[in-house]
Design a protein around this ligand. Structure first.
Ligand SMILES: CC(=O)N[C@H]1[C@@H](OP(=O)(O)OP(=O)(O)OC[C@H]2O[C@@H](n3ccc(=O)[nH]c3=O)[C@H](O)[C@@H]2O)O[C@H](CO)[C@@H](O)[C@@H]1O
Ligand SMILES: C=C(OP(=O)(O)O)C(=O)O
Length: 441
C-alpha cells in the first residue's frame, strides 16, 4: 500500500519526543470529497491529509467525472461539472478499497438517477453490514438491486424526504441520510442520528453549500431539501483519532509529544480518560502536549461508545499504554464485535491480556450473549519484548507500532502499509519523534 517493503524493524525502548502536526480528519475529509458531487460549482477543501483513503476516494471521484486537482500541499479543488458525462469504466478497480463508495449513492442518484457501488473495504473489525444504508435509501425512494460485485441503484421517481429512525447511531448511515436528504424533495427527519464531530463538520460543509439542516437535542436531525447546492470552501476538522493515537504513543513510550492542530473540545472524553490513566497534557492554542507523568500509570475501566462516548478508534492504541499501568484495566468494546484481534501480538510480546465474550465493566451491549470476544482485561504493569508481528488493521497497526517502540529489543512489524490509510507520513513523524527504526525494502 505505497510503503516500500511494508515492513519496519524497530529497536524499542526509546521515548518518542518532539512535535508533529495534524491535518484534517480521515473520517471527515473523505466524506467532504463525496459532498463535492452535490455542488453545481467547484469546491475547495483544505488540510487534506496525504493518506491512502483520500487517494482511493480521489480515484472514485475521477471515475465519476469529478476533476480533482491540487496546486498546493493539502488543498484539493474538486470540480463536478463532468459528472453527467463520466463513463465509470474503472469502477471495479476501486472495489474493496474503502467504505466510502456507499456514500456516493445519494449524490449520484440525484445527479444521474442511478449508481453502481462496488463491494466495500475498510477495517475488518466486525461484520460491518450496510443494511441501514440500503434501508434508508429505499425510504428515500431508491430501487436497490444486489449484484455479484456490488449494488446497483436507481431512482425512477426521484428521491423524496422521509422519516428515518436508525436502530443504532451509525456514523455512515447518518452521513448517508445527510448526503441524500439535502437534495431530496421535501423534509427529512432523522432520529437516532450519530453526532460525531466529523458529522457536525460535514453539516457545516453542507450548510456552506446551501443546505438547510437543523440539529436538535436527542439525536434528531431535520433536513429541508433544496433544488440546488453550490461548491464549498472549507478547512477540514483536525483528526482527533490521530491525535489520540500519538497521545497513547507518548504514554506507552514514556515520551512527550506535542500534537499540533489538536483541540480540546472534540477530545474532552479522551482527555478525561488520559488523565485518569495518569497521562499529563497541556492545552495550547495551536495544539496539545501529551506526556508521561514519570510515575506509574493507573488502570481504568472504559467502554467504547458513539459520541460523546469514548471513541472505538482510540481503544487500540490506548490498550498498549494500559499494559504499563499497575493493576487491572477493562475495555468493553460496544461498537464493533471483533476489534481485539490485535491483542494476540501484544500477548506474544509479553502483555497479560485476556479477551472475553461477556460484557465486562459496563452495561450489556449488542454483542453480549453472542460469540464475540469484545471485552478485554489487561493486567499490568508488564514489560514488552520485541517480536515479529503483522499489522491486522489501521488502529491495530498503530498499536503494534507503539508496542514495538516501547518494547525492549528488536521487533519486525509487517504489513505497515495499512497504517497509511489513516496516518499521514507516519514514517516521517516517527523520525521527527526520535524513533529508532529501519524501513525494509
Ligand atoms: C470512514 C469512517 O468514518 N469510519 C468510522 C465510522 O465507520 P462506520 O461509519 O462504518 O461505522 P458505523 O458508525 O456505521 O458503525 C457502527 C456500528 O453500526 C453497525 N452498522 C452500521 C451500518 C449498518 O448499515 N448496519 C450496522 O449494523 C456496524 O456494524 C457497527 O457495529 O464510524 C466508526 C464508529 O465511530 C469509526 O470506528 C470509523 O472510523
Ligand atoms: C475503523 C476505521 O476506519 P474505516 O471505517 O475506514 O475502516 C478507523 O478509522 O479506525
Amino acid at each position: 500500500m505505497g510503503l516500500a517493503g511494508d515492513k519496519i524493524t524497530i529497536h524499542g525502548g526509546r521515548p518518542l519526543s518532539g512535535r508533529i502536526e495534524l491535518k484534517g480528519a480521515k473520517n471527515l475529509v473523505t466524506k467532504a470529497m463525496v459532498a463535492a458531487i452535490l455542488g453545481e460549482t467547484p469546491s475547495v477543501l483544505r488540510d487534506v491529509p496525504d493518506i491512502s483513503d483520500v487517494r482511493v476516494v480521489r480515484g472514485l471521484l475521477d471515475v465519476h467525472g469529478v476533476k480533482v486537482t491540487s496546486t498546493e500541499e493539502g488543498v484539493l479543488m474538486l470540480d463536478p461539472s463532468n459528472v453527467e458525462s463520466a463513463h465509470m469504466a474503472d469502477i471495479d478497480a476501486h472495489a474493496g478499497s474503502s467504505r466510502i463508495p456507499i456514500l456516493f449513492c445519494g449524490p449520484l442518484l440525484h445527479r444521474l438517477g442511478e449508481a453502481f457501488i462496488p463491494d466495500l473495504g475498510g477495517c475488518r473489525i466486525g461484520d460491518r453490514p450496510i443494511d441501514y444504508h440500503l434501508e434508508v435509501l429505499r425510504q428515500f425512494g431508491a430501487v436497490v438491486e444486489k449484484q455479484p460485485s456490488g449494488i446497483r441503484m436507481s431512482a425512477p421517481n426521484g428521491l423524496k424526504g422521509t422519516k428515518v429512525h436508525l436502530p443504532y447511531p451509525s456514523v455512515g448511515a447518518t452521513e448517508q441520510v445527510l448526503l441524500t436528504a439535502v437534495r431530496a424533495e421535501g423534509i427529512t427527519e432523522l432520529r437516532g442520528a450519530a453526532i460525531e464531530p466529523e458529522i457536525m463538520d460535514l453539516i457545516n460543509i453542507l450548510q456552506k453549500m446551501g443546505a438547510i439542516i437543523t440539529v436538535d437535542t436527542d439525536r434528531v436531525i431535520r433536513i429541508e431539501g433544496v433544488d440546488r447546492l453550490e461548491g464549498y470552501s472549507h478547512t477540514a476538522l483536525f483528526d482527533r483519532n490521530e491525535a489520540a493515537s500519538w497521545a497513547a504513543a507518548a504514554l506507552a513510550t514514556e515520551g512527550d509529544i506535542f500534537v499540533g492542530g489538536a483541540r480540546q473540545g472534540e477530545m474532552l472524553t479522551f482527555l478525561n480518560v488520559y488523565r485518569k490513566v495518569g497521562g499529563k497534557f497541556d492545552i495550547h492554542d495551536d495544539g496539545i502536549r501529551f506526556y508521561h507523568p514519570g510515575t506509574e500509570l493507573n488502570p481504568v475501566i472504559i467502554e467504547t461508545d458513539v459520541h460523546p462516548g469514548f471513541m472505538t478508534d482510540w481503544q487500540q492504541p490506548l490498550v498498549v499504554a494500559l499494559t504499563k499501568a499497575r493493576g487491572v484495566s477493562i475495555v468493553h468494546e460496544t461498537v464493533y464485535e471483533q476489534r481485539f484481534g490485535f491483542v494476540d501480538a501484544l500477548v506474544e510480546m509479553g502483555a497479560t491480556i485476556q479477551v472475553h465474550k461477556e460484557c465486562l465493566g459496563g452495561q450489556a451491549c449488542r454483542f453480549g450473549q453472542r460469540n464475540f470476544n469484545h471485552s478485554a482485561v489487561i493486567s499490568g504493569p508488564t514489560k514488552l519484548h520485541g517480536a515479529d508481528i503483522v499489522v491486522p488493521d489501521l488502529r491495530g497497526g498503530f498499536s503494534h507500532l507503539i508496542a514495538a517502540l516501547s518494547a525492549e529489543g528488536t521487533s519486525t512489524v509487517s504489513n505497515v502499509g495499512i497504517i497509511s490509510r489513516g496516518y499521514e507520513k507516519f514514517i516521517t513523524k516517527l523520525e521527527q519523534l526520535g524513533a529508532d527504526f529501519v524501513l525494509e525494502g
